[in-house]
Write a protein that binds this ligand. Structure first.
Ligand SMILES: *[C@@H]1O[C@H](CO)[C@@H](O)[C@H](O)[C@H]1NC(C)=O
Ligand SMILES: *[C@@H]1O[C@H](CO)[C@@H](O)[C@H](O)[C@H]1NC(C)=O
Length: 343
């Protein structure tokens, strides 16, 4: 009973949005030196079949009504900065309780030439493992879909770039997708070794000898799970989904961390990832998780801007209270103005 109520509450928070109408994006073409596409790819695309061809860049994102404006902007940014945009294949995970045909129609209306596939995600199964955190949006079951990509995507997809919906790329995603996964690494992502790792877990975690030993002999650093290159073959072989679920189950019994879907990734992969240059996740642009203050870029080059944190650029632009960097997001916004919806 209690968990049914929690699920209803989560679904209400997670799906709170209005129907929106998006513009059509321009068509993007491969440059001459891109690897050639299979002859029957367009046909396969029409039939909605999986696109298991070599040289494709596979991108996984979630799609829901609350963040769809961000997702559409992210897709546009990927295509626009890609030298081989026709070789990028999108895998969208949506809540099984959402209207799939409506999501499909929205994506194909804006991107008629996009190669993409939709995958339903069982929210109810995920919500049973979720404990509430400090920010309710972090508790949306779909936030946990990134832990299930290896099960959701077809086995011919060996590597995927996972992207959050509140970001834009300003560089070629193929460079990120090709990042080497050295040794036995399952993930590649930018690491932040100056962040206070201790703070992500509770005192009861650190004071429990067997739990705190989790990080013994590892140089674990914080990483953000909004941008990750995932070796799905290694993930499947190591059954990392189960390892993440085990930590979530433990967390339901003893509170061991503060944030939502991130800490289980730190527990399983911290100190074992391939570090990616920081340019690929200029995160925190949404401000802190409590107040949504404006943030500046970290020093250094920028390939990806990420509005992680409470404030989202579309909401601040709509409210006429944008942060300075929100102007970099605005050109990718595909939302029709309310005026053109009415006319
Ligand atoms: C789902 O969306 C489609 C297309 O937008 C619409 O025709 C249909 O009525 C919707 N179904 C439900 C159950 O809302
Ligand atoms: C790191 O965080 C912990 C727990 O919040 C705190 O006790 C500790 O003083 C912090 N360390 C540094 C160097 O800030």
């Amino acid at each position: 009973m209690r968990s049914a109520l929690l699920l209803l509450l989560l679904l209400a928070v997670c799906a709170a949005s209005h129907a929106a109408i998006f513009r059509e994006a321009p068509q993007f073409f491969n440059s001459p030196d891109c690897p050639s596409l299979p002859d029957d790819l367009e046909k396969r695309n029409e039939k909605g079949q999986h696109h298991c061809f070599n040289h494709a860049v596979h991108v996984a994102m979630t799609l829901d009504t609350a963040y769809i404006r961000g997702s559409m902007a992210a897709v546009l940014s990927v295509l626009q900065h890609s030298s081989c945009p026709q070789s990028v294949i999108f895998h969208f995970v949506y809540s099984a309780s959402a209207n799939a045909s409506s999501l499909h129609a929205t994506v194909s209306h804006s991107f008629p030439y996009l190669k993409f596939q939709l995958y339903p995600f069982d929210d109810e199964a995920a919500s049973r493992l979720i404990s509430t955190s400090i920010r309710s949006a972090l508790d949306c079951p779909l936030n946990y879909a990134r832990s299930y990509l290896a099960n959701l995507l077809p086995t011919c997809v060996a590597r995927v770039v996972y992207l959050d919906s509140d970001l834009i790329l300003v560089d070629d995603i193929a460079k990120l997708a090709a990042h080497p996964l050295g040794g036995e690494s399952v993930l590649a992502a930018p690491e932040y070794c100056n962040a206070n790792f201790t703070a992500y877990f509770t005192p009861s975690f650190w004071s429990n000898p067997s739990l705190s030993l989790t990080f013994a002999n590892r140089k674990a650093c914080y990483f953000n799970t909004g941008v990750m290159v995932i070796d799905l073959d290694r993930w499947r072989a190591g059954d990392y989904t189960t390892k993440i679920e085990e930590w979530m189950e433990l967390h339901k019994r003893i509170r061991i961390y503060e944030l939502g879907s991130l800490p289980p990734f730190l527990l399983v992969f911290g100190g074992r990832i391939s570090p990616v240059d920081h340019r690929w996740n200029q995160h925190g642009l949404g401000g802190d998780n409590i107040r949504g203050l404006c943030r500046d870029l970290h020093p250094g080059p920028v390939s990806l801007l990420h509005w992680s944190g409470k404030g989202k650029p579309w909401a601040r632009l709509d409210a006429n209270r944008p942060c300075p960097l929100d102007a970099l997001w605005a050109p990718y916004d595909l939302l029709q103005t309310p005026f053109s919806i009415d006319s």
